[in-house]
Design a protein around this ligand. Structure first.
Ligand SMILES: Cc1cc2nc3c(=O)[nH]c(=O)nc-3n(C[C@H](O)[C@H](O)[C@H](O)COP(=O)(O)OP(=O)(O)OC[C@H]3O[C@@H](n4cnc5c(N)ncnc54)[C@H](O)[C@@H]3O)c2cc1C
Length: 409
């Protein structure tokens, strides 16, 4: 590739950095612009909470985690899949291992060593970084406008551009969705950015949260109802002062959001004993010792934790049924009303983004030849478990390969 070819990568998260690596590896002069003082801040944040970099699930089911966007991501995932990502980590000196849930973790459990080695490699490839540079939009001549650290504006032109500006969750680490207005102004369709993998608000009583804030509801199953039916997941949601957080709640993000849109709330039905039939529970409940308080009886007879008993009381206004059939049925189906999702700045990830109808198969904007889009700013969403980073890396690679092919054409 002629050394005079240049690429602008806007956004220094995983999608932008992997694109920069491939472009620089192909002999292109690459500059990465990011408005934060350093790149990869969300990647580092992900590393603080036991980062899953990808997942070992077979590709046939792996791809289904992206819902309606799956067919549009398949080529990118085939082009740079979970095994490629693990090999890439190993190449940077960070081995990975598969946890019991199938999630893939970096051996150090953190992102910092990986990022440090990665930035060294990018430096060796000649990638230039301009931090504290905020992309503002395109000017009348279609070149990029940036605001620098001291507020002065400057413009940048190059042969190709890869946008990787992320979504809008956790804005303090960089991605704030500010690009949406500019993209729409340029006639590019962007579906609204919405919280994904996010907690819900529940109007708990003060008594309940004072007692149980921070407590997990262990091994329960939760069902959320949406227009296309019931969605049930299992796990350990955690009671917070304002509602519920945790893996199973995040996994229900899509039906919860749909229900909120339709009804202004979402009813969550908990089965506090998913491995036991209602008949068996009733049988066990019948063994009450005369001196047992209600709490002791529910704990001894069917093993309910205090927070679960609290939830039963909360859901019934402290009117627990005394009738065994009704009580057994309640343990299998106790409903809580979620009144909102937590705001997008508290979400793990973002749904919505640049619509795939705006892009060709190489992730190039149809309206702007030579400009590619990657990562979470594209219109896909996925559960936690490594799927978010995998798609960010895969689309970053696909966009870079598209840009290289474009320059060669
Ligand atoms: C708490 C937390 C834990 C997570 N854990 C995991 C996990 O374990 N596994 C997993 O798969 N995923 C996880 N994720 C999600 C994952 O981190 C993201 O999906 C991924 O970082 C998205 O990569 P990206 O490159 O598309 O965007 P980002 O990483 O968001 O990077 C976008 C970059 O663009 C820059 N930028 C934004 N706007 C501008 C602008 N106008 N001008 C210049 N620069 C700009 C930002 O500063 C940022 O550096 C987690 C997320 C959070 C918040």
């Amino acid at each position: 590739m002629s050394p005079t070819r240049s690429a602008t990568v806007i956004g220094g998260g995983p999608a932008g950095l992997i694109a920069a690596e491939l472009l620089a590896g192909a002999g292109i002069t690459v500059t990465v612009y990011d408005h934060k003082p350093s790149v990869g801040r969300k990647f580092v944040l992900a590393g603080r909470s036991g980062m899953n970099i990808t997942n070992s699930e077979p590709m046939s089911s792996f791809v289904t985690n992206y819902g309606p966007a799956a067919p549009r991501l398949q080529a990118a995932l085939d082009g740079f899949g979970p095994e490629d990502l693990r090999a890439w980590c190993a190449g940077l000196g960070e081995s990975t291992y598969v946890g019991s849930s199938g999630r893939v973790f970096p051996a150090s459990f953190r992102a910092t060593p990986l990022l440090r080695a990665w930035l060294r490699r990018l430096g060796d490839l000649g990638v230039r970084f301009v931090n504290r540079a905020r992309w503002l939009g395109w000017d009348a001549d279609e070149v990029h406008r940036f605001a620098g650290a001291d507020g002065h504006e400057f413009t940048v032109a190059s042969d190709v551009t890869v946008f990787a500006l992320g979504g809008a969750s956790w804005p303090r680490v960089g991605s704030d969705g500010g690009w949406v207005t500019e993209f729409r102004r340029a006639g590019i369709s962007v579906s609204p950015l919405r919280p994904a993998n996010v907690g819900v608000r529940v109007a708990w009583s003060t008594d309940f949260v004072d007692r149980y804030e921070g407590e997990p509801l262990k091994n329960v199953s939760i069902t959320a109802r949406s227009a296309d039916g019931d969605h049930t997941v299992r796990g350990d949601p955690v009671v917070t002062r304002s509602g519920l957080e945790g893996g199973p709640i995040y996994a229900l993000s899509v039906p919860i959001r749909e229900s909120m849109d339709l009804n202004g709330m979402c009813e969550l039905a908990f089965d506090l004993h998913p491995d036991q039939s209602v008949d068996r529970l009733i049988e066990r409940l019948a063994r009450r010792r005369p001196k047992d308080s209600t709490t002791t009886w529910l704990r001894r007879s069917i093993g309910l934790h205090p927070v679960m008993i609290g939830l039963l009381r909360e859901a019934t206004g402290n009117e627990l049924p005394t009738d065994l059939d009704r009580l057994g049925a309640l343990v299998k189906h106790v409903t809580i009303r979620a009144v909102a999702t937590m705001p997008i700045d508290r979400a793990i990830s973002t749904a919505g983004g640049v619509m795939f109808s705006e892009l060709d198969a190489s992730l190039m904007l149809l309206r702007r030849p030579g400009t590619f889009v990657a990562g979470e700013m594209l219109d896909w969403e996925a559960p936690t478990g490594g799927y978010l980073l995998q798609a960010s890396f895969s689309t970053g690679v696909a966009a870079a390969r598209g840009a290289i092919a474009y320059l060669q054409s």
